[in-house]
Every structure is written in C-alpha cells, then in structure tokens.
Design a protein around this ligand. Structure first.
Ligand SMILES: Nc1ncnc2c1ncn2[C@@H]1O[C@H](COP(=O)(O)OP(=O)(O)O)[C@@H](O)[C@H]1O
Ligand SMILES: [Mg+2]
Length: 473
C-alpha cells in the first residue's frame, strides 16, 4: 500500500485519523480486507490547500475518496468497483470545484484505481512503455530494463507479504497457484506480459517476480534498422527468403532479440497463406488474418494434462498449415520440426538458443538426439542440412545493443560435416563512447538457393550481396 505511505509521508502534519474505523486490515490476502485496510489508515483531507500542486490535489482527492468508499466492498468485482470509484471521483471533483483538463482527470483517476485494484508499485512500471522488463528480488529491490540496460528502481513494496499478495493477484485469475508445494509459476498479465514468480523456500531473497513486458507497440523493421540491428539490404534479402519459403532458424542468446526479429520477418508471409504458430507463451503478434495460435500447457497439479511443443508440432501437421512457426525450439520437438520442414512444410521458421551459427546446428543435433531416435548422427545431420536453409544469428553486444551478426546459408554435407557459408557478417570497427561501431556486411557470396528466390519472381540486385563491390577495411 505505497499510496498510503505516500499520503502519510506527504502529509505528516495532518494527524486527524478517522476514529471510527477498525484497523483490522493489514496482511490479509482478500481484496475486501485490503480496501478496509486502506480506509482504516486513511488520512483526513487537508483544509484549504493554497498552492495546489498536482500531488496535493491527488492526495486530497484520494483521501476523500477513500473516506467515502464502502470498506466492505468486494474489490474482486473490478468493473463494479471501478464504476463506484468513478462516480465518487466525479462527485468529489464537482464538490470541490476542481477544474481539470480531460487528460489530467483521466490520469488522476487511473492512479487512484491502480492503488485500489491494480498491482501497486508495479502499475507505473507496467504503464511506462520505455521499460521492457521488471525484476523484483524481494520486496525492497526492484530493477528495470530500459533500452537494454538494467537500472535500480527507487520504488519498493511494503513487505514480502505485500509482494506475495500482488503475485497472488496475478496468478489467481489464471487458475494457477503458488505456495510452498509449488513454489514457482509462469503466468501472464491480461495485457500479454509474461510473468514468472519464485517464492521461498526456493528463493532465498524473498519472493522474486520477473515480468517481460508485452510490447504494446512491437518493434518495427524501421526500428531494427534505426537501432543498427540489421541493414536495409539484409532485410530485403530476408524478406525475399520469407516470401520464397526458405526454411530458417533465428538463433542467439537469451534476450538477443530472436522473437522480435521473427515477429518482424513474419509480416512478410503472404496474406493468402494459413499460418499455425506454436509457442511456450504466446508472444508473436502476426498481422495476417489467417493465423491459428497454439500455446503449450504445463501439467496440472496432479501432473496430468500436459501439452508439449512437440505434441503441438505433430498436431499442426493435420491442420493443413502453409507455414508452421514455432516460437522457440528447445527439446525433442526439433526432430518433428525438421521432419515437417522435410515433408513439404517449407517456409517454416523458428528460434533457438545458441552462441554462434555453428553452435545452432550442434544444438539442433543434440535436441534431435533427445527424441531418442535410433538414427545415426550422420543421418541426423543430413536431415538438418536438407531441412534448414538459413541461420540468422543475433547477439546482444556489450553495449546492450542487439545485432544480427551472421546470416549463414546451410549448403549441404561434406563427409560428416554440415557445410555453411556466411552471406552477411557483422564487422566491428571500433568501440566509442561505450558503443559498438560496426556494420553487417555482405560477404560477396550469393546463396545457392537463389533459384528458389528467383522462382518466386523476386530479383535481388547483386549489390545486396556485395557482389562487384570492393570491400573496405
Ligand atoms: N533489435 C533490438 N533492439 C533493441 N531492443 C530489442 C531488439 N530486439 C529485441 N529487443 C528487446 O529485447 C527484449 C528481448 O527480446 P526478445 O526478442 O524477446 O529476445 P529473445 O527471443 O532472443 O529472448 C525485448 O524486451 C525486446 O523489446
Ligand atoms: Mg524469445
């Protein structure tokens, strides 16, 4: 209840607490007790505020509102409570003859609602579009990620109990629970943000909450170019690959921007194709109309009912897909994905965790072996080399920027080894003012699958690949 803290701190001189209310509230988990808690500890409105800063105004309206709200109201009835708050809010503004512009009025109202119904100190962080990730390590330590860098956030929760209540408020509506017997949980906020929570005794630093925010405005191709993640030439090439159904895998470390790039590239899939997406937790935001989105399901508390990525890949083949997009491949589902690519589901795309394009292949091989197949390694490699055409590799560099470092073609086999050719490689030329300087350059080589691109009626100028250009160093 940081609101109250703020009110109390901001108005230490005001001491006439409401006498009649009981102060029984506190740590109880239910919404009702939270509301009575707010009321019990409310502070009476100040008399005449001369210099009305926004903050004073907010405090005054909040206090008045809390004084008038019925403490027995069930705050789980969100819509109803919101209506009630709105009514009271309008009345108070009218009574006090407070004139606010419409946006100011909205903002004030939303801030008050956030305290009563929302996720407390998380609310402003969730509303701030420049924040991409929120990490809470126990009640007093909140970190955020902004433009790829971590910052400590001055806000905090009142106590671990307060934080636990907020975690409960996130997971309970999804029918999940978190307690000593299942001390970690994945969940999603109504806006699509991904949430993971781990609580003691597994976490030794109090409840830990990690939120990867759903990008309300997903990163666009123009932004990728502006941020220096990729060049217009490489995008033109990848666009041609997507249209002409080249099978590709986007690889890189955690948070290197794989899903973001996949999302951007997916917009080039022609609108007349049927797309099936398969994900751990739905993150992709496809623009096409004809999309079927599937999400895996963890086992329930009795350990039953699990639906794996692999189950979904197998099932998707019966759904007449033109394209299969798997959000991330990380286990034996790799074998099914390769088989899908090898049996006519061209243009499939996925992402995988790896350290380099070569490592991507090694990982796929390992994942395929996890399927318990009897196939010899060479046969697996043949499957990989005939299924996959292209690896697009991303890295998060030491300045926090995400860059495509390699676009590599998988060409075939030489002996027991899969052969790869780099078509584009990131060349770092310096490090200035804490920033990596460099550019993704074509290597001068054209892919062997050019005929496939040309067969789709796309003519890429040779200059895209740096053909006929002298390389400058
Ligand atoms: N090219 C980029 N430049 C800046 N930020 C990016 C870029 N790509 C992704 N991000 C941000 O980085 C975070 C992780 O991106 P994501 O695509 O989910 O990574 P991955 O799938 O590799 O784990 C997201 O918050 C996203 O908005
Ligand atoms: Mg991802």
């Amino acid at each position: 209840m940081s609101l109250l803290k703020r009110i109390e701190q901001g108005q230490a001189q005001q001491d006439n607490q409401s006498p009649q209310r009981s102060s029984s509230a506190g740590a109880g988990g239910s919404g009702t007790s939270r509301l009575s808690g707010l009321n019990a500890r409310r502070v009476a409105p100040p008399g005449t505020a001369q210099r009305d800063t926004y903050r004073d105004l907010k405090t005054r309206v909040q206090n008045k509102l809390l004084a008038e709200l019925d403490p027995s109201m069930d705050v789980s009835q969100t819509a109803e409570v919101r209506r009630t708050i709105e009514e009271l809010f309008e009345n108070i503004l009218a009574e006090e003859k407070i004139v606010l512009s419409r946006p100011e009025r909205r903002r004030l109202f939303e801030q008050i609602v956030a305290e009563i119904l929302g996720l407390g100190p998380l609310e402003p962080l969730l509303a701030d579009d420049t924040i991409t990730e929120i990490m809470v390590n126990g009640a007093k330590n909140i970190y955020i990620e902004r433009s790829g860098k971590l910052y400590r956030e001055p806000a905090s929760f009142e106590s671990d109990d307060h934080l636990m209540r907020i975690i409960d408020r996130i997971v309970a509506p999804l029918g999940r629970r978190i307690d000593e017997s299942s001390p970690y949980v994945d969940a999603r906020l109504p806006d699509g943000s991904r949430v993971n929570a781990v609580i003691p005794p597994i976490s030794l630093v109090g409840p830990v909450l990690t939120i990867r925010k759903f990008a309300r405005n997903p990163i666009t191709v123009e932004q990728l170019i502006e941020y220096g993640t990729i060049t217009p030439e490489a995008i033109e090439f990848l666009k041609a690959c997507v249209i002409s159904k080249i099978n590709m895998i986007i690889s890189g470390g955690t948070g290197s921007g794989k899903t973001t790039l996949l999302n951007v590239l997916s917009q080039y899939i022609p609108a007349d194709e049927r797309i099936v997406t398969i994900e751990d937790a739905a993150e992709l935001q496809l623009r096409q109309e004809h999309v079927v989105s599937l999400e895996k399901r963890p086992p329930n508390i009795e350990g039953r009912g699990e639906v794996t990525i692999q189950n979904l890949v197998v099932n998707s083949l019966r759904m007449r897909p033109d394209r299969i997009i798997v959000g991330e491949i990380r286990d034996s589902a790799a074998l099914d994905m390769l088989q899908a690519m090898n049996t006519g589901h061209d243009g499939s795309m996925t992402t995988a965790h790896s350290n380099s394009p070569r490592d991507t292949l090694a990982r796929i091989e390992t994942m395929t072996l996890m399927a318990g197949t009897e196939l010899p390694v060479r046969a697996i490699r043949e499957q990989i080399s005939s299924a996959l055409d292209l690896v697009v590799h991303l890295e998060r560099l030491r300045d926090g920027s995400r860059k495509v470092t390699h676009v590599s073609e998988i060409q075939g086999m030489e002996g027991d080894v899969i052969t790869m050719t780099d078509l584009f490689v990131f060349e770092q030329t310096g490090f200035e003012n804490g920033r990596v300087i460099g550019r993704l350059r074509p290597t001068g080589l054209r892919p062997k699958f050019m005929d496939k691109i040309e067969a789709s009626g796309i003519n890429l100028p040779p200059s895209i690949f740096g053909v006929g250009e002298r390389r400058r160093y």
